[in-house]
Write a protein that binds this ligand. Structure first.
Ligand SMILES: Nc1ncnc2c1ncn2[C@@H]1O[C@H](COP(=O)(O)OP(=O)(O)OP(=O)(O)O)[C@@H](O)[C@H]1O
Ligand SMILES: [Mg+2]
Length: 157
């Protein structure tokens, strides 16, 4: 299932993220895809806020991964822009976060698509003259239900 939405400001992107963060569950996986400056981090910050995570509450486990405790769920926030190969994630033990009991957010997720759980939410961000085109793709019943809720919750978001 897919839903396309236009974000007209960084705040609107963060607000969408907040709504997503409020609804995520243990073991959920969100793939953030888009070029430099597309808004992946803006969206991730909104998701963190929606999970009740304090930005200052994070700590870098290693350069590609920040972990946040103290929110509704543990959050693993990856940025794999500088990944040199899938082997690097395998060495770092990505399974604990990709397939664990927390929430896993991955920026530049398309670089590691082979490792995604089959059920996930994919969010593509693309600059357009009005702001950012945001395309959300849900794989799996639970993610599809989440997408349904988002699109009906607030059309004016
Ligand atoms: N509608 C919008 N949504 C999100 N960001 C926007 C929007 N319009 C403009 N911007 C700007 O685009 C930039 C997005 O930066 P952000 O760090 O979130 O991107 P990113 O995809 O994480 O990039 P990187 O791959 O470098 O980490 C910010 O400077 C933000 O102000
Ligand atoms: Mg970023």
């Amino acid at each position: 299932m897919e839903w396309e939405w236009l974000s007209r400001s960084p705040e609107a992107t963060a607000a969408l993220g907040h709504r997503i963060g409020e609804r995520l569950w243990p073991g959920s996986f969100v793939a953030l895809v888009g070029d430099l400056g597309a808004g992946k981090t803006a969206l991730a910050q909104g998701i963190l806020a929606g999970l009740g995570v304090e930005r200052s509450g994070g700590s870098p486990t290693f350069p590609l991964l920040w972990e946040y405790r103290g929110g509704r769920l543990p959050v693993y926030h990856w940025d794999v822009y500088r990944i040199r190969g899938l082997w690097e994630l395998e060495e770092l033990g990505y399974e604990d976060s990709f397939y664990g009991d927390g929430v896993c957010l991955v920026e530049w997720a398309d670089k590691v698509e082979a490792l995604w759980p089959p059920e996930h939410l994919r969010i593509d961000l693309e600059p357009v003259p009005e702001g950012r085109r945001v395309r959300l793709t849900a794989r799996g019943a639970r993610y599809e239900a989440l997408l349904e809720e988002l699109r009906h919750a607030d059309p004016g978001l």
